[in-house]
Write a new protein. Structure first.
Length: 389
């Protein structure tokens, strides 16, 4: 059974402090978050541990830029004893995959060379299922030198542009170069990439280099929308599987040098969560008269990078002669640079979750980077910083 058959997405803004204790929901500013005792509807501090509580954010329902209401966590209340999961995930950016072709020494007795890429991304899977989507690149060897051959590889790949990969040549040292001896801009060990144009001239003149080619995957473009996003892809990065088909010697290879990473916490992803929440609250996201999208209440901003806190819990209730246990999920999205909001809110939520046997997430949040360019893979984290309570 789904753990989140009722979902609510709360989006904060402005790096504001959590609403002070002993305040009412109507005191929330736009984008400000507060945690409230469900019995009194009064906000709590980190030391408070009511049996039932709820989380609320000030929102603008009228488009005036002013707070006009509040949005609450899923269900009537969060019953502390029925918390089932509590997690924190910092924003982590996308990272393109890079494959490198190396070890190529063209045999001038062989005319035909070919290599192949299989491309995988969400758009390809949506259009044609799990059938292979491949492109083969053929090179006619016109007695090329190794570097000229790699130039031809780059030109061939980039001339067959499908918006999935771009090729670039890399000059790699085959011995050490020093500033004092070779007048390079920095020290190079054997096997280093040379990126400074002046250093490339020096290395080439010395003959201490080999040409290689990098193939960098291209991500799907984010589709900007204000209403119903029919072209939404959660995983926008492209994965490439490369293989040498014909002509290459055993010394040649295509290897992965940079592993792909998928973005987590982009504003468009949060908006899509809000869209699904709307469908759960009101299944009619399209107008029954025009068939077009109704105005949907998005609070996340596309392009903004968000950290996410997720609370999963059951709400026990009695109706008539039956008992019910409803599965609920509240997702709280906080801009990744809003450390004041994040730290204060997690301090309060930790106090509610730790008595139920969950680990505190304050250390996980404190260790998260506020730099949107820093990749933070979960598998590289320790048990104390993996965001799982």
């Amino acid at each position: 059974m789904s753990r989140d058959n009722v979902k609510r997405v709360l989006v904060t803004s402005g790096n504001q402090a959590v609403l002070a204790a002993a305040s009412k929901p109507e005191n929330l500013a736009l984008g400000q978050v507060g945690v409230f005792d469900a019995a009194t509807n009064i906000s709590i501090a980190a030391a408070s541990t009511p049996r039932e509580f709820y989380i609320s954010v000030g929102i603008d329902e009228t488009g005036t830029g002013l707070v006009s209401g509040t949005k609450d966590s899923a269900g009537q209340v969060i019953q502390a004893k029925n918390i089932r999961a509590y997690t924190f995930r910092p924003h982590t950016p996308a990272r393109a995959q890079v494959l490198r072709m190396k070890g190529v020494i063209p045999d001038n007795t062989i005319e035909d060379y070919a290599f192949k890429f299989e491309f995988r991304n969400a758009k390809i899977y949506r259009h044609q299922g799990t059938n292979q989507f491949t492109q083969t690149y053929a090179i006619l060897n016109q007695k090329y030198t190794p570097e000229a051959f790699m130039d031809e590889v780059v030109a061939t790949v980039n001339a067959n542009d499908q918006g999935l990969v771009v090729a670039s040549k890399v000059v790699v040292t085959t011995k050490a170069f020093t500033v004092a001896t070779n007048a390079t801009s920095k020290e190079y060990a054997s096997g280093d990439d040379v990126t400074v144009p002046g250093d490339i001239v020096i290395v080439r003149a010395d003959g201490g280099f080999v040409a290689q080619v990098d193939f960098t995957s291209i991500s799907l473009a984010a589709n900007k929308t204000t209403n119903l996003n029919l072209s939404y892809y959660d995983l926008r990065q492209t994965v490439i599987i490369g293989s040498l088909v014909e002509g290459f010697t055993l010394a040649a290879s295509i290897v992965e040098t940079v592993e792909v990473r998928f973005e987590e916490g982009d504003g468009n992803q949060i908006r899509q969560s809000e869209f699904h929440e709307t469908g759960l609250a009101d299944p009619y996201v399209l107008s029954d008269s025009t068939g077009t999208a109704r105005v949907l209440p998005y609070n996340a901003v596309g392009g903004t990078k968000y950290d996410r806190i997720c609370f999963e819990y059951d709400q026990f209730s009695v109706a008539g002669w039956q008992e019910h246990l409803n599965n609920l999920l509240t997702e709280i999205a906080i801009p990744a640079t809003d450390t004041v909001t994040r730290g204060a809110l997690i301090a309060i939520l930790d106090a509610q979750a730790t008595p139920q046997g969950f680990d505190a997430l304050a250390d996980d949040a404190a260790g998260a980077s506020v730099d949107p360019a820093v990749v933070e893979p979960t598998e590289d984290e320790t048990a104390a910083t993996d965001g799982i309570a």
